[in-house]
Design a protein around this ligand. Structure first.
Ligand code: CMC
Length: 432
């Protein structure tokens, strides 16, 4: 890492003065470089939740929380969502540039050649209970991939890293669709490589051998947009999990399984499912005030799911695009007036006008609208987070590759502020 910034911070501890360099990126807040802090001062820093800590250097994605901007490799996602498609965005995130026509063709060919799962993997699905949450299934099957592709496990070989990456981007839609089919009791539908990425995913989820599947271009586009908008989001909890798992040199397929596990939580990727469940629990417009006052009550752990974000403090740019998609899909399917949607629209209106939400800068986030679209498409709520995982796989992989390409990479090993007991004498069980 080169530092051309001459700025420093002066740290004074008990009359001892230390200079700590300040490093600038291409944009965003500058950082105080504390890598030598412990050595020079015998002190750690304390920042649970990483609210003020940059855990790494990265050139993949940038979020400007105040302006509500999200850039993938410098390109605004609002523009990518309209002008690009998911596989082109995957190329952009992985390789850093938009592909030329022949590069995109070649990349698409490579991805589509890997869409099938090893036939042996189907037995893993059958081992799960029929009512297993699909996140449990995809986490397990993704982890199991660690034992299938021995020719792409050398993390120090850039070619093998790339093969592992293409495999995961290609196979996740198949794994997620199979998890869904398994829950419905319908037969697994093999991928169809003549369809594009999003269309093939919908085909594997919704077609059955007994009938011809009719795809709808508006739904294909909406699905593709959901994938684009969820593809990456800099150092969020699951991406940081993948980096931390990968920093030990762990198996690439297992690292992505770790990311899937982290994404599952309701404060992260699980929010889209929790949001729809909440809208259904509210049930009718007249019950909204009750839930708004619960959200404000400090003694009630309830939060309005689909509202708020650690980084976006004015609006979530993904939510803006997603809202347009939601309108398109609902118009197409003629379900503008269903109860859940009415509750969603009214809740959005009230929360945007309410002082508590304005003061705390709590706006609807991407999950608020994506859940509405996915439900309209016919997905059960339990499939929302798996679809997020499918889309985020390319982001996780891009960060994992970036980390392994860094000559200064180190195993991630946070410190702690110990508050437990001091050394105690062991007492035999009979004397306790
Ligand atoms: N409903 C009601 N109050 C809220 C909410 C909410 N959804 N979110 C934050 N607050 C309040 C919170 O109680 C706190 O109040 P106070 O200052 O009085 O203690 C204040 O706002 C700040 O909250 P915080 O928990 O310190 O903020 P954070 O940046 O740590 O949390 C968040 C961000 C996304 C975890 C949180 O807003 C939340 O739990 N939202 C609901 C879950 C959700 O929709 N998550 C999806 C995020 S978008 C998808 C993704 O990128 O993963």
């Amino acid at each position: 890492m080169q530092n051309n910034n001459k700025k420093k911070v002066l740290l004074e501890i008990n009359n001892n003065k230390f200079d700590l360099p300040i490093i600038s990126g291409s944009t965003g807040p500058e950082v105080i470089d504390i890598r030598t802090l412990y050595k020079i001062s015998n002190l750690f820093t304390f920042d649970p939740g990483f609210t003020s800590t940059a855990s790494c250097e990265s050139s993949i994605t940038f979020i400007d929380g105040d302006k509500g901007k999200l850039l993938y490799r410098g390109f605004d996602i609002a523009e990518l969502a309209i002008k690009s498609n998911f596989l082109e965005v995957c190329y952009l995130l992985l390789y850093g540039n938009l592909p030329k026509k022949d590069q995109l063709f070649d990349f698409t060919q490579r991805v589509t050649r890997h869409t099938m799962l090893h036939e042996q993997m189907i037995y893993f699905f059958r081992g799960f209970r029929r009512d297993a949450h699909p996140m449990a299934i995809i986490c397990g099957v993704q982890g199991a991939m660690s034992s299938f592709y021995h020719d792409s496990l050398d993390i120090n070989d850039p070619w093998q890293r790339e093969v592992a990456s293409i495999r995961m981007i290609a196979k996740l839609p198949t794994i997620v669709a199979y998890a869904y089919k398994y829950s419905t009791g319908q037969p697994f539908v093999y991928p169809n490589n003549s369809l594009d990425y999003a269309e093939n995913f919908l085909h594997m989820c919704f077609s059955v051998p007994a009938e011809k599947y009719k795809s709808n271009p508006v739904l294909n586009k909406a699905m593709d947009r959901i994938f684009i908008l969820h593809a990456d989001h800099e150092q969020n909890a699951s991406t940081s999990t993948v980096r931390l798992a990968g920093s030990s040199g762990a198996n690439p397929f297992a690292c992505i399984a770790a990311g899937i596990a982290c994404l599952w939580g309701p404060a992260h990727g699980g929010a889209n499912e929790a949001c729809l469940d909440m809208l259904k629990e509210i049930g009718s417009i007249d019950r909204i005030p009750e839930f708004i006052s619960r959200a404000k009550d400090k003694n009630d752990p309830f939060r309005l799911m689909g509202f708020g974000h650690r980084v976006y403090k004015n609006f979530d740019p993904r939510a803006k695009v997603m809202k347009e998609s939601a309108d398109e899909v609902l118009n197409l399917l003629g379900i503008n007036n269903n109860k859940t949607l009415q509750v969603a629209k009214e809740l959005e209106k009230i929360a945007l006008e309410d002082d508590y939400f304005i003061e705390k800068k709590l706006y609807p986030n991407v999950d608020f609208y994506s859940g509405i679209i996915l439900e309209a498409m016919g997905f059960p709520t339990s499939m929302f987070t798996p679809i997020f995982a499918l889309a985020r796989t390319v982001g996780w992989i891009s960060h994992w590759i970036e980390m392994h390409s860094d000559p200064e990479k180190k195993i991630g090993r946070p410190r702690q502020l110990y508050t437990g007991s001091l050394e105690k004498k062991f007492i035999n069980i009979k004397d306790r």
